[in-house]
Design a protein around this ligand. Structure first.
Ligand SMILES: [Zn+2]
Length: 232
């Protein structure tokens, strides 16, 4: 694959690793696959949007996910594209509606997100600065060809660009190559998915693909990082 892997990044992490992240609010779906993550000793970060819509049962499952050592992080109240939203609203309104509204509800229920992911990965420098006053890091998406944007070389990062694990995005080969490079270069590779093995979902990570990633990282004795562990 000419050109695809020319962007390597040198790193100096004590233990190279991967950071698995999942977005939105597919609590039941994620809960079903906790044992898969556990069986590899894998930890993941779950960025929650629209917490106010969760049922009591879903909140209990989310608590159980947290108890398994996973990180519960934040992904806005209404899942608006924040750059678009900011064109129509003042920053205080944006912060109130999309950030504080559900964050407060989560805090009341004992969830204290310390890291943030942008809906649709849409962000700019101004929003980054606003949000980094509240969160240790913000996560966007890597939709381009510079795959090295998705690796970090230290545990102190403010902005992360996740590589998609979802169907029809990056192939197993690409992901395998990036995990190998992260291992070689002492990096952490940041990845993102949505639901797991749900053919009806637009964005889903096939079960076999997730297992392939877990197996690969495990075989190289790589670390599974929570996002807060690689954030400022
Ligand atoms: Zn989302």
């Amino acid at each position: 694959m000419p050109g695809c892997y020319k962007y390597e990044r040198s790193g100096n992490m004590d233990k190279p690793g991967i950071a698995l992240t999942f977005d939105d609010r597919s609590i039941d779906n994620w809960f079903k696959y906790l044992s898969l993550l556990d069986s590899f000793g894998a930890k993941a970060t779950f960025y929650i949007s629209s917490y106010h819509l969760l049922t009591i049962e879903e909140k209990n499952k989310l608590r159980e996910i947290q108890r398994h050592g996973h990180e519960i992080a934040y992904h806005t109240t209404f899942h608006n594209n924040l750059c678009e939203y900011f064109k129509l609203h003042r920053i205080n309104d944006l912060m109130q509606m999309e950030i504080y509204q559900d964050l407060k509800k989560m805090n009341r229920d004992g969830f204290y997100p310390r890291t943030f992911a942008y809906p649709f990965g849409s962000h700019d420098y101004y929003l980054d600065n606003q949000l980094l006053a509240i969160f240790k890091s913000v996560r966007a998406l890597n939709g381009g060809n510079d795959l090295a944007k998705s690796v970090v070389g230290t545990t102190s990062n403010a902005i992360l660009y996740a590589l998609s694990m979802d169907n029809n995005r990056r192939s197993n080969n690409t992901i395998e190559r990036m995990i190998d490079l992260a291992n070689k270069n002492r990096n952490c590779l940041v990845m993102v998915g949505h639901q797991i093995e749900n053919a009806n979902a637009k964005y889903q990570v096939p079960y076999e693909k997730l297992k392939f990633i877990l197996k690969k990282a495990k075989s190289l004795n790589m670390n599974f990082y929570l996002i807060s562990e690689i954030s400022y």
